[in-house]
Design a binder for this molecule. Structure first.
Ligand code: G3I
Length: 391
């Protein structure tokens, strides 16, 4: 069994600018200046002894035992405002990814400014709790600041791209496990050459924006794993098959041009109501990426219950089955090194805003429910990690 971390939480405030409202104790290598009033309560949550022996080890502990990473996407403001949630994140995860805090919109208040405060808070949290940290994302058509459209032009686009990546990746150099360098560059439905998505960067720089992004990131942090990340490549449909083909062709072109790319990220935003999953297709896709020398990360896993029946038990079962089927297939591939869910608790999930249920019920796509209790989805993830054969 992996070691149980023994950090304690504190209500900070005294740390100065940019500090979180939590602190970790000195035994974790962090400066404890003021312990949280309800420290015992929080420790109880984190160290709660689960009745069932099968639930003693957290997802992160189980992943560690298998040489894997398990983690979740989080926002710094949720960690600082919700100590119970932060305790669960610290208990369950051995890697975090920034859900929004490292996007251009968060980092670039103005064309000549960088604001690392939120990203730095997340980094502090991961360092205090002995976790790895992933960066998301350096290049995306979404999450751009309002000033972007009227500021970035054909003449200055390459400079903007390089300056952004150089500055951001250097800021975190040596401290991050990996970066989603380019996110969602493929969308065959746009009808562009090579299945490329029509994005501001493609319009401004052509496909070379992808090469520039990876090359600049590699120069700024030679140790970070550099990832191409995409969604809609999980199911056995003709649409997703076209997209898988286009992604593999892109990866192959990048490799043949000597572009420094190290891994493929499968976002895996899944749906509880779909039946088109074919484990062999997924495994074969992962193998194709691995045969190019790439590692594979499941980067944004969640299972939407939007179209599932209202009954919670039925919903939770179906969601858990989807987690189990997907992870059983993915984790059978030795190239898969990490599983991250896009959020940890139903309390905070993008799906409640972007894909709400028509019956008004709360969505339940993640391992913990809104009360931070482990659900069937948690048990499905735990079981698939535990049963993974050591590569
Ligand atoms: O920051 C404002 C806040 O001040 C305001 O109160 C609140 C309510 O209107 O909106 C807040 O910003 C929103 C932010 O999420 C935080 O909730 C943005 O409007 C909203 O656009 C943003 O959505 C994020 C989305 O990416 C776009 O950046 C989601 O949280 C995030 O989960 C989602 O993540 C993406 C991945 O980056 C890429 N893959 C798909 C995935 C899901 O769409």
């Amino acid at each position: 069994m992996a070691k149980r971390r023994t950090f304690l939480y504190g209500a900070a405030g005294a740390l100065g600018a940019g500090a979180f409202s939590w602190l970790a104790a000195q035994q974790d290598g962090c400066t404890a200046q003021q312990m949280h009033e309800s420290e015992q309560e929080l420790a109880a949550i984190r160290n709660r002894s689960f009745d069932d022996d099968d639930e003693r080890d957290s997802l992160g502990d189980r992943a560690t035992a298998k040489g894997l990473l398990y983690g979740a996407a989080v926002m710094s403001n949720k960690l600082s405002s919700d100590a119970d949630f932060a305790a669960c994140v610290a208990r369950e995860c051995n890697i975090l990814v920034a859900e929004n805090d490292l996007k251009w919109k968060a980092l670039r208040p103005a064309p000549d400014q960088f604001d690392f405060s939120r990203g730095d808070r997340l980094l502090d949290f991961t360092q205090c709790h002995d976790m790895q940290f992933r960066g998301h994302t350096l290049v995306w058509h979404n999450g751009l600041p309002d000033w972007f459209e009227n500021t970035v032009t054909d003449d200055n686009a390459e400079q903007f791209l390089q300056t952004h990546i150089q500055t951001v990746v250097s800021h975190y150099a040596g401290k991050l496990h990996s970066w989603d360098v380019v996110n969602e560059a493929i969308l065959p439905e746009h009808g562009r050459r090579n299945g490329l998505r029509r994005t501001p960067w493609l319009e401004l720089l052509g496909e070379s924006y992808i090469d520039i992004a990876f090359e600049t990131a590699a120069q700024a942090d030679p140790d970070a794993m550099l990832v191409y990340n995409d969604y809609g490549i999980d199911y056995d449909t003709s649409q997703e098959e076209r997209k898988r083909t286009a992604v593999l062709e892109l990866l192959s072109r990048l490799k043949s041009r000597g572009v420094p790319i190290h891994a493929l990220g499968l976002q895996a935003h899944l749906r509880g109501d779909l039946t088109h999953f074919n484990p062999d297709k997924l495994r074969s896709f992962i193998q194709d990426a691995a045969n190019m020398g790439l590692k594979v990360l499941v980067t944004e896993l969640d299972v939407s219950d939007r179209y599932l029946p209202r009954d919670i038990d039925t919903r939770d079962r179906q969601v858990a089955e989807v987690y189990e089927a997907y992870l059983t297939a993915a984790l059978a591939e030795p190239s898969v090194i990490a599983v991250l869910t896009w959020g940890l608790s139903d309390r905070y999930t993008w799906l409640s805003r972007f894909q709400p249920r028509s019956d008004g019920g709360s969505v339940r796509p993640l391992p913990l429910d809104e009360q931070l209790q482990r659900k069937r989805a948690w048990r499905a993830i735990a079981a698939t990690i535990t049963h993974r054969l050591n590569p």
